[in-house]
Every structure is written in C-alpha cells, then in structure tokens.
Design a binder for this molecule. Structure first.
Ligand code: FPP
Length: 261
C-alpha cells in the first residue's frame, strides 16, 4: 500500500472527514508522540520491534487521514536523542526501518504532494539514512500537500541549546545585535524554522509527559492523551482527538472572547 493510498484527483479513494467535525475549526498542525509500540507487541507475545513495524502502518494511516481531512501539517516523534540508550538491536532495527520505509514510500510521497522534512541532529544517523533523507527532502520540497515532519534524533533541549549557540556565534561575529534578539529571531534557528506551531499534541498509550518533544513549539498546543497504543491508532482515535480539540477554548493566555463576565 502506498503511503497515501488515497488521493482525490487520481480516482483513488479519499477518506471522508467524519460529520461530527467542524471543518472550519480543525487544527492546522497536529503533532504526535507515538508511544506504546513495545507494549502492543508484548501483549501479542511478539518481539518489541514488531510493534515499531506496526507503528509505521499507524503513521501511514494518520498521515493519509490528516491529508484527506484538510490538516496542513503532521509532525511525528520517531526517534529522540534519548532513544540511543535502548538496546543496540532495537536502535539498529529502527534505523533500518526508517531506511526501508523511506525507500519504499518515496515515490508515493512525491506523487501525492507530501512535503517531507526530517527534524533533528541528522549528522549522527547512519550515512545511508542521511542520504535517503537528503534525497527525500530534495525531491518533495516543492510539493504543495501536507507537510510531514519526522523528528529523528530530535531533542527539544538540544534544539534550544543549538539555537542559543547559533545566535551567540552570530552576535560574536557582529552579524546581529544581541539586544535585538527576540522570539521571531530565535524561532528561525530552530529545526522547525518556517513551520507553524502545533495546535494539537496527541500522545498515545496513556502517558502524560511531553518527553523533550517540541519544548518551544508546544507552548500553546492543546494536549490530547489517549490510552490507545500507537499501532492501534486509527480514524476513530484521530476523530476522538479532533473532537476533544474542538471542545476546547483556546485563550493563549488571554480571556475567552465569548465569556460574558
Ligand atoms: C515509542 O514506543 C516508539 C518509538 C520510539 C518509535 C516510533 C517509530 C515508529 C512508529 C516508526 C516511524 C517510521 C518512520 C519511517 C517515520 P515504545 O517503544 O516506547 O513503546 P513502549 O512504551 O510500549 O515500550
């Protein structure tokens, strides 16, 4: 199955948006912490890595649904800077999985207008994976469909330190005046430069943490936690997250504009 097996203009199936959702109040950007792959596998008596394999299918489904339902960006936490501490076999499996998925899906990503980016410290990844990432980024960078950001060797604190370092270097070189550093300037040094902040963060498997994910960008995101394990995340689970999102009043630190007192 291609990554986005559904498109509209090519006579392929489009996943229709559930009726209960207000199309005018969808989040523009959804971020996901895909947790629970290991537990999903364990519950079936399978090796942990089979949970990651099943997790790829859930990610493909989520990308297809977000694209079809009119969400403009999806950002997924695929591998954190802390995940290197997992057993070597699991880390190697994940790196090989990223490579094979990219190889297999790039044609359909390109065809279906997905713009893919990998966010994180990519230099530490295996060379072959780095080459595939560079190729995928290049081949899809003019696409006009959903923006798909895959956080790989990503850590929020690391990203903030790198941004501070870059601004310090530019200040030392006389390129910028440190007194003029503001949020806009800072954002431009993050891996997510040019991307809007997520409106909704979904975390699966019931954990209530953000685990060093998008520490800057999630400042005003609504958070939806579900007990569903990531490989089981499907259109019903996504609908529930979006319905939950649409039930919230976003105030961004101000007052509810609809409140009467
Ligand atoms: C967390 O579950 C999941 C991960 C660390 C890996 C997520 C990666 C994928 C789903 C593959 C994505 C593929 C591409 C190409 C982007 P866990 O292992 O921590 O689960 P547990 O908490 O139940 O042990």
């Amino acid at each position: 199955m291609s990554l986005l097996s559904a498109t509209n203009t090519n006579q392929q199936k489009v996943c229709t948006r559930p009726q209960g959702l207000d199309p005018l109040r969808l989040p523009a950007h959804v971020a996901v912490i895909m947790d629970g792959n290991g537990r999903w596998a364990k519950a079936r008596g399978l090796p942990r890595v089979m949970g990651h394999r099943a997790g790829v299918e859930a990610l493909k489904t989520t990308l297809r649904l977000c694209s079809d339902w009119g969400i403009s960006a999806l950002t997924a936490y695929a591998f954190s800077t802390e995940n290197w501490s997992r057993p070597g076999d699991e880390v190697n499996f994940l790196m090989t999985l990223f490579e094979s998925v990219l190889q297999r899906e790039l044609d359909s990503l390109e065809r279906e207008q997905v713009q893919i980016k990998f966010l994180g410290d990519l230099k530490a990844l295996p060379k072959q994976l780095q080459k595939l990432i560079a190729d995928a980024t290049e081949r899809t960078n003019k696409n006009v469909g959903i923006r798909f950001n895959v956080c790989t060797n990503y850590g929020g604190r690391h990203e903030l330190v790198l941004a501070a370092k870059k601004l310090a270097q530019r200040s030392c070189q006389g390129e910028i005046d440190p007194a003029l550093i503001d949020e806009k300037m800072f954002e431009k040094e993050l891996f997510t430069a040019g991307e809007i902040d997520p409106d909704l963060l979904i975390r699966t498997s019931g954990e209530r943490r953000i685990s060093n994910f998008l520490l800057w960008q999630l400042a005003y995101a609504e958070i939806h936690v579900t007990d569903v394990l990531w490989p089981d995340f499907d259109s019903v689970a996504l609908t529930n997250a979006l319905v939950d999102y649409q039930s919230r009043t976003r105030r961004f630190g101000g007052l509810d504009p609809m409140a009467t007192n």
